[in-house]
Design a protein around this ligand. Structure first.
Ligand SMILES: [Mg+2]
Length: 257
């Protein structure tokens, strides 16, 4: 492709961890241990932002105001080892991702990733995802940028700089949360919201297969990502190639995101 230069992938729920389960399981266990049990919905609502901020956001929803830093720090200190203890277990690359990565390479499109995980957590995921077929040209996390993580565009800007691609409208952000979409839009990129394998559906591949009302669940997930500003929706990253080709044509016709 001539016009699309790079894709910025989210990690959990987009390229690894079908259903984005790892953060939810960990957040629930942290809050449970602190005597503040939270529902799956509460744990998923702010997904995509940096993990310390995510903990602060859950607390804020409960308290009606921002919790003191000491309280956030206490829960975050508990979160870190709990997340590490289960991260590998949730590091399987989602079906079709290696094939998409190969297609991108053939077309000369570069691949970046952004995440809400910390650098050490990101390294664990990369170490496991690489041999399974997901090896981005650059992988970034909120620790890498002074302004922090999503929904701010800084990780996407840094991805453009590291990959030496421009302009930002030649890039496509693919992610499974509303914060992913807002990040991409804030960066001035095209955005594709991932429904079936992601946070908004929140199921493992096996749970999805067993689900009776697939269409309704997909529609509600897609609605939330559309409302966040997604240009396109796809069930999984594996289904994104035709959408990238569509973006290529729109760019060639002079259209911008
Ligand atoms: Mg995600």
């Amino acid at each position: 492709m001539k016009h699309v230069t790079a894709v910025v992938f989210d990690l959990a729920g987009t390229v690894v961890d079908h259903g984005s389960r790892a953060p939810v399981a960990t957040l629930q266990s942290v809050f449970e241990a602190a005597g503040i049990p939270v529902s799956i919905e509460e744990a998923r609502a702010d997904m995509g932002i940096a993990k310390r901020e995510h903990i602060a956001a859950i607390l804020s929803r409960r308290l009606g105001h921002r919790a003191p830093d000491s309280e956030i720090d206490r829960l975050y200190a508990d979160f870190i080892p709990r997340q590490f203890s289960c991260l590998r277990q949730y590091s399987d690359v989602i079906e079709g991702v290696p094939e998409l990565m190969a297609q991108l390479k053939t077309r000369g499109i570069l691949a970046a990733s952004t995440t809400g995980y910390t650098r050490p957590m990101l390294e664990v995921l990369l170490e496991h995802a690489g041999p399974q077929g997901f090896q981005p040209d650059i992988a970034l996390c909120p620790d890498d940028v002074p302004g922090g993580g999503r929904p701010a565009p800084w990780m996407c800007y840094l991805a453009a700089i590291c990959l030496k691609v421009s302009p930002l409208w030649s890039m496509v952000k693919i992610g499974d949360t509303q914060n992913d979409i807002v990040e991409g839009r804030n960066a001035g990129m095209w955005t594709i919201g991932i429904t079936r394998t992601g946070n908004e559906v929140g199921l493992t591949a096996a749970e999805w297969e067993a689900l009776p009302d697939k269409a309704g669940v997909l529609e509600r997930a897609g609605m939330r990502l559309r409302n966040a500003g997604a240009h396109y929706l796809a069930g999984s990253a594996a289904e994104c190639l035709p959408l990238l080709e569509d973006i290529e044509q729109r760019l060639a016709a002079g259209e911008r995101p």
